[in-house]
Design a binder for this molecule. Structure first.
Ligand code: ADP
Ligand code: MG
Length: 567
């Protein structure tokens, strides 16, 4: 097959331009991205070989190699992992499948200055393309395990790439960076320096569970501390599974690098949670709460963030059996000692031990949110802003942990100092004579603020929770009460606020009712089928009238939701 030239997809081209003219000062991370991809490829191959013993692949010495060629000014990252087929190279490398990247590019266009752009680049993983921060040409040679034919991909990052079928490619993938000319003023960015490469691997990729070896030019003439000895390839990383080590032994930075690798995130996590369970069913868990909600968190097919290992062997990504759906934003690793390497998703869903593990992990995550709440208000506020809406799903779907979720939940309120309040605080400051917890649901803060239902409550200084997430409609009904206090929507049913007033006697109200009987009757007739009843209300102070649902009716938003679902 001849060499074919292809155009990058538009987004891919934009991203490449960005990498080439990168304003991002921390260029070292390109190596982390390539090593991370190589590590993923080795995980995939081991798993594929495990699942399919007819797979014609060599899994005897899975590893990553880094090769420096100082004369040619190239750096090669090589793995003998799963590799890619010809079509896969075009799909995976020529396009940007990750929709988060499109969002990133949009935000980047809006960033006003270089500092803003740098901040954004730092927040998004750009994976393979980050090689173009340091190279003016990248070539990739790959062969998919089990296939005979290999593929060479090459690009200068300028709009096109070439693909070529090759006959003699080794299994796996090698990515060769043709490094940009050396900057004599900036030795720090000399990626042909053995010292530099060792330092980057140690800093960003130490925990990678496969050996990262330095081959080729390791004698480093003129390098600091290099003695020119030609020994066998040197392994640069310690390969220690961080989750199996005690917390004192591991630095915060090491945890964060692991998070970035498994979470495909360039930002620091908000919280690191470690759990080591001993006993008959032994496992270790290292979980992370990200600092930002992913944009697709509410998509139907959002992928859970937990990886399952069995005795240090990677088994699967997106392991949804380990945590309930409302904690799907949690990333991390769970390593179980007593599962079969062949365990499938179906088996996991039914396994008694896994269910126990799920409960324990759920408790642990909720406990760590609780301790954020009591110990670090600012971090908790970030957490709740990013993940509160997801967590509240648990109030509906997980009755066993309902109280624990409720305990860490907070809500916008008409009375909060900083605007939010917990149910506990609400109840504590409820004045004498108030028996219920009042709330109003709506689509936005503006719509609830301006709702006529609020008037009487505002006038009388009664605290109302302002709930604007779609799930609020559902959990308030499902939960119903908190510590014996009913949760009541101010938009539903008859709410008698007169008990709290002295100025309007029973007598007076009866008189009023008589005086308006005619008008109400007439209105009832005119509105006919559209309303159930027209009545005098104490809930309004300025607006002449409002629509009220029966106490056990669906709220308008829920009605719309069910209608949309075709019910
Ligand atoms: P991500 O790793 O977040 O998916 P990347 O841009 O780093 O994004 O890589 C894109 C895709 O290219 C990967 O998901 C993988 O399928 C493929 N890929 C990249 N490097 C390798 C490799 N060394 N071996 C096999 N596949 C790879
Ligand atoms: Mg990657």
């Amino acid at each position: 097959m001849p060499t074919e030239t292809f155009e990058f997809q538009v987004e891919a081209r934009q991203l490449l331009q960005l990498m080439i003219h990168s304003v991002y000062s921390n260029k070292d991370v390109f190596l982390r991205e390539l090593v991370s991809n190589a590590s993923d490829a080795l995980d995939k191959l081991r798993l594929a070989a495990l699942r399919d013993d007819t797979l014609d692949a060599d899994v005897s010495d899975l590893h990553i190699e880094l090769e420096i060629d100082r004369d040619a000014r190239t750096l090669t990252v090589r793995d003998n992992g799963i590799g890619m087929s010809y079509d896969e190279v075009g799909q995976l490398i020529g396009t940007i499948a990750n929709s988060g990247t499109a969002e990133f590019l949009r935000e980047l266009k809006e960033a006003q200055d270089a500092a803003g752009a740098e901040g954004l680049i730092g927040q998004f993983g750009v994976g393979f393309y980050s090689g173009f921060m340091v190279a003016d040409e990248v070539t990739l040679l790959t062969r998919r395990a089990g296939e005979r034919q290999g593929t060479r991909w090459s690009s200068r990052g300028e709009g096109t790439y070439t693909l070529e079928a090759v006959d003699d490619a080794p299994q796996g993938t090698s990515v060769t960076l043709h490094l940009k000319p050396a900057d004599p003023d900036n030795q720090l960015h000399d990626y042909t320096s053995v010292w530099k490469i060792k330092e980057i691997v140690k800093r960003y990729s130490d925990f990678i569970t496969w050996p990262v070896r330095l081959v080729g030019e390791t004698n480093g003439a003129g390098e600091n501390g290099e003695d020119g000895e030609a020994a066998g390839p040197e392994t640069l990383n310690s390969m220690k599974a961080l989750w199996a080590r005690s917390r004192e032994e591991v630095s915060e930075e090491e945890y964060h690098e692991l998070y970035k690798h498994i979470g495909h995130d360039w930002r620091e996590p908000l919280e690191t949670i470690q759990l080591q369970a001993e006993g008959t069913f032994e496992y270790q868990a290292l979980l992370f709460v990200p600092s930002h909600a992913p944009h697709d968190l509410f998509n139907q097919n959002f992928r859970h963030g937990l990886q399952l290992y069995v005795k240090r062997v990677f088994i699967m990504d997106d392991c949804e059996a380990l945590l309930p759906s409302y904690l799907r934003f949690v990333k991390g690793v769970v390593d179980a000692q007593d599962l079969s390497l062949n365990v499938s998703r179906e088996i996991l869903q039914q396994d008694r031990h896994i269910r126990m593990m799920q409960r324990r992990l759920t408790k642990k995550v909720l406990a760590s949110v609780k301790s954020m709440m009591t110990g670090d208000a600012e971090r908790y506020a970030t957490f709740w802003r990013e993940f509160g809406a997801v967590l509240k799903e648990g109030l509906v779907t997980d009755p066993d942990h309902r109280d624990a979720v409720l305990a860490v939940a907070s809500f916008a309120s008409t009375h909060g100092d900083d605007g939010t309040v917990t149910l506990k605080q609400y109840v504590e400051r409820m004045p004498e004579g108030q028996d219920d917890i009042y709330y109003l649901t709506g689509e936005s803060r503006e719509s609830v603020d301006s709702s006529p239902h609020m008037e009487a409550f505002r006038e009388r200084g009664i605290e109302v929770l302002l709930l604007t997430d779609p799930v609020d409609e559902v959990w308030t009904d499902a939960v119903g009460e908190y510590e014996g206090k009913r949760l009541r929507s101010v938009a539903k049913g008859e709410i008698d606020l007169t008990a709290r007033e002295d100025d309007r006697s029973e007598d007076e109200r009866e008189k009023q009712a008589e005086a308006y009987a005619g008008l109400l009757g007439w209105m009832g007739e005119r509105l006919g089928e559209d309303v159930k009843e027209v009545r005098l209300s104490t809930r309004l102070t300025k607006s002449p009238a409002c629509l009220v649902a029966d106490a056990d009716d669906l709220t308008p938003a829920l009605e719309n939701m069910y209608r949309a679902m075709g019910q």
